[in-house]
Design a protein around this ligand. Sequence first.
Ligand code: IMP
Ligand code: MG
Length: 175
Amino acid sequence: MAHRPGRVLVSRAEIAARVAELGRAIAREHGRETPLLVGVLKGAAIFMADLIRAIPVPIGIDFMGVASYGVGTRSSGAVRLTSDLSVSIEGRHVILVEDIVDTGRTVDYLRRNLETRDPKSLQVCTLLDKVERRQREVPLDYVGFAVPDRFVVGYGFDLGGLYRNLPDIHALEEG
Ligand code: IMP
Ligand code: MG
């Protein structure tokens, strides 16, 4: 069955407003710490680019790459590191920036991985939270939107590598 982007679940205006709030919240909590924001490639690249410009205090950025999905809409369950950080996080306040927490396996894996490198603190910021699908209990410090169990595309979210460039977040539809 073919799929296509259907109705808008979260509009670009709603995203922009919420990202501004998240940026202010991060600045309030970490204003004097120069936190390191770690974006999870590739999905969170778009969110990360908007989020960091909404944080009005000094920050650092870095990226990690993971692959957890095949070409379909269900996770393979196995998380694989495809690229690592370029800086040490020892003694840093780290905020992991994810596009979505679905089963929780990816964030659980990344959290455990990063904890072994002795950050001063480790928080998680995710744009979307698919609460119903959780299999691993993972603490989330900043959440953009809770969403229902629908596969989404746009604003960084892809299906088989496509649709990341759409400005809004759409539910995927058949047809
Ligand atoms: P988890 O490990 O099951 O929590 O899955 C997290 C990863 O699965 C996310 O970083 C996304 O890359 C991907 N993912 C989960 N749900 C969706 C979706 O609805 N659209 C696109 N990607 C998704
Ligand atoms: Mg992802």
